[in-house]
Write a protein that binds this ligand. Structure first.
Ligand SMILES: [Mg+2]
Length: 239
């Protein structure tokens, strides 16, 4: 019996891809207009610094901290850090958060689960503060009993620490948890390996051009499901 539902946030409760597509061009524009960095160069350096932080730290929350990438670009170019680093970081996140649109039926599903007495949590790769802001922006933060960020767990999904801490905070056994997320590798495989049930959120269906490998049958043992709409979770927990 499922007693807790734990949600990934990005590309699950809202479309990160769409919101990022609104915010990133504004960052490129700032870099060009205020710092004279051509767009293609900034884009390339931003990717390079992302890779450099990953090479240093592995899969950890700092990897998602845009401020560190921006800071490193400016440092290497010998550009003034103030006021630009803080301004650019805030510019990106302010636009992204204001551009967030909830996934279909996100709020009503969370509220229906809550009403049914299900514990509600989030297990999410990112620094905690931004993820709290996102849930607040989606208008559902009040329904959440707990949040585990990779900043708190010390490692990104699919690290077992993340899932263990989710189950601990939920106050139930791992097999009583359903983890919902858009990544087969991070969310589904991570949850299954931790002994949880997992719902792969794939609104466009299985042939949606996802590049991740499918989960081997022997790992799922009937604990993995594919959903195209978040409201399907209500049916899953009844079954
Ligand atoms: Mg995600």
């Amino acid at each position: 019996m499922i007693k807790a539902v734990i949600f990934d946030i990005d590309n699950t409760l809202y479309s990160y891809d769409n919101a990022h597509a609104r915010a990133f061009p504004e960052l490129l524009l700032y870099a060009k207009e205020e710092l004279g960095i051509p767009e293609d160069e900034f884009r390339e350096e931003y990717s390079r610094e992302f890779a450099a932080v990953r090479a240093m730290l592995g899969e950890a929350a700092a990897l998602h901290n845009r401020l560190i990438r921006i800071q490193r670009i400016l440092e290497k170019r010998g550009l003034p850090l103030t006021p630009h680093v803080l301004r650019m970081n805030e510019l990106y996140w302010n636009i992204l958060i204001s551009a967030m649109e909830p996934s279909p039926h996100a709020e009503e599903t969370v509220r229906a689960l809550k009403k049914a007495g299900i514990r509600i949590g989030s297990g999410t790769d990112m620094t905690a503060r931004i993820q709290f802001q996102k849930l607040e922006r989606l208008g559902i933060l009040d329904a959440f009993d707990f949040l585990v960020s990779s900043e708190e767990a010390g490692a990104d999904k699919p690290a077992p620490e993340m899932f263990a801490l989710c189950a601990e905070k939920a106050g139930v056994l791992p097999e009583e948890c359903l983890f919902v997320g858009d990544s087969r590798k991070k969310d589904v495989l991570g949850a299954l390996n931790a002994g949880m049930h997992a719902a792969w959120y794939c609104p466009e269906g299985e042939k949606a051009g996802k590049t991740e490998a499918p989960i081997p049958k022997e790992v799922t043992e009937g604990r993995a499901y594919m959903i195209r709409d978040l409201s399907e979770i209500l049916r899953l927990i009844r079954e």
